[in-house]
Design a protein around this ligand. Structure first.
Ligand code: PNS
Length: 177
């Protein structure tokens, strides 16, 4: 069966780290668009737990079964990266109305900078609406279980990160992303 669209899209984010909600949005976007670039922002305005390379590697492993997805990092303006990839669409996931305000603002600013690019928001699947990377980091830091909420290898990487960084537990700023 033919794909309904032959458009290239970019799905950007901090992905610190990727959750099952992110993976779900990426797979659903890849079923709509001809090719999806999952773009890991290299300089989020918040403290990240994982390096850019680690965030890319974790996502690549999670999405390796979807051939029309490429995971890579990007820096600078999202609209510039999107244009450079030949894409006309930016994909974002919406978990709840509370996400909308920020997404609306970013979409309008991006359109102001680059009117040829549009934003498509996909609604998060019901079972993932409560997921957020920052809360999951707190759960793992405090010894809780995130199985089923993030890919298995991401859960392992989070546990390793917190056990190798005993200081992290004392630094609440890691939970602000
Ligand atoms: O997962 P996040 O943290 O909500 O993703 C935010 C992201 C990476 C999409 C946003 O910070 C971004 O686009 N950064 C790139 C720099 C840029 O273009 N900023 C202006 C956005 S209006």
């Amino acid at each position: 069966m033919r794909r309904p669209s032959l458009t290239i899209a970019v799905y950007p984010g901090s992905f610190d780290p990727a959750t099952n909600g992110h993976v779900d949005i990426a797979r659903r976007a890849a079923a709509i668009f001809e090719h999806l670039f999952v773009a890991v922002y290299d300089a989020p305005p918040k403290n990240v737990l994982f390096s850019t390379e680690e965030r890319v590697t974790l996502l690549q492993k999670a999405l390796k079964d979807t051939p029309n997805i490429t995971v890579a990092s990007f820096g600078g303006l999202l609209v510039d990266y999107t244009k450079a990839k030949g894409a006309k669409v930016i994909v974002r996931g919406l978990r709840a109305i509370s996400d909308f305000e920020m997404e609306f603002q970013m979409a309008l600013l991006n359109r102001k900078m680059e009117p040829t690019i549009d934003v498509v928001c996909l609604m998060t699947s019901e079972q993932y609406t409560f997921l957020s990377s920052s809360i999951l980091k707190e759960i793992v830091m405090l010894g809780g279980n995130v199985n089923g909420l993030v890919p298995g290898h991401v859960a392992e990487a989070m546990k390793r990160k917190f056990s190798s960084r005993p200081d992290v537990g004392a630094i609440p700023r890691y939970l602000t992303s």
